[in-house]
Design a protein around this ligand. Sequence first.
Ligand SMILES: O=P(O)(O)OC[C@@H](O)[C@@H](O)c1c[nH]c2ccccc12
Length: 268
Amino acid sequence: MTILDKIIAEKRQEVARREAETPAAALQALPPFTRPVRSARAALTAAGSSGIIAEFKRRSPSKGVINGTAEAGATTAGYVAAGAAVLSVLTDEPFFGGTPADLWAARAACPATPILRKDFIISEYQITEARALGADLILLIASCLTPAEVQQFSQFAHSLGLEVLLEVHDEAELRSHLAEAVDLVGVNNRNLATFATDVATSARLAALIPSRFVRVAESGLQHASTILELRQAGYQGFLIGETFMKTADPAAALAGLVAELTTPVSAS
Ligand SMILES: O=P(O)(O)OC[C@@H](O)[C@@H](O)c1c[nH]c2ccccc12
């Protein structure tokens, strides 16, 4: 059993529990359910966008505790002030230490910035929940879903006004799971079954993703030089968590990266 299998088994129980506690109809009655959605596609493709999708991530199965003290509202507000185009908030508790309250706090602190609900989505209920928590887009992970589920969940997300980021980590997943209904395609450099991270994965898959999808490189990104290379390869979004969260001041780490991205390389 891989860690991903464990996460999904646990997630099925969690979703059943949550749905019994708070039925979908109750979620639909919450005020954020009808708030206007902010488009991540628009934010990442706008002229001058940093393209950075800055993630709030306390811990992970591969790294253990990354940041045990940061608060979601203050951290995400700092990210926006430092130039993040989009935010990502982990809401998985058992493996990543996130909570739905973190997403709620980020939404309250950052009303104008698109927010990705980062979780392992296996049911429509979680998509309704994402909308009710104030998210603007959801993640669908190819290695957790059938192609038919990607199709179904994308259509459901769109019916609620949400955008969809489909995550793949190799050519086979791209071939089997890419659906017209998704808005953004993310290439995860981290293999969720083995945790091995290889930034070359994004570079390799870039040309296989049609340009009508916004391309997002995910995981293991640390240096401005890598981002500039991936931009050349056709990426418009860069999902970064640990590089920021492992520092005492995640927003300052992001500001430093943005400064490097915008400083012309001196001709020496
Ligand atoms: O912290 P990193 O290496 O910058 O990675 C961020 C993000 O890509 C990673 O958290 C992630 C990508 N896809 C996921 C799916 C589930 C949980 C986590 C993830």
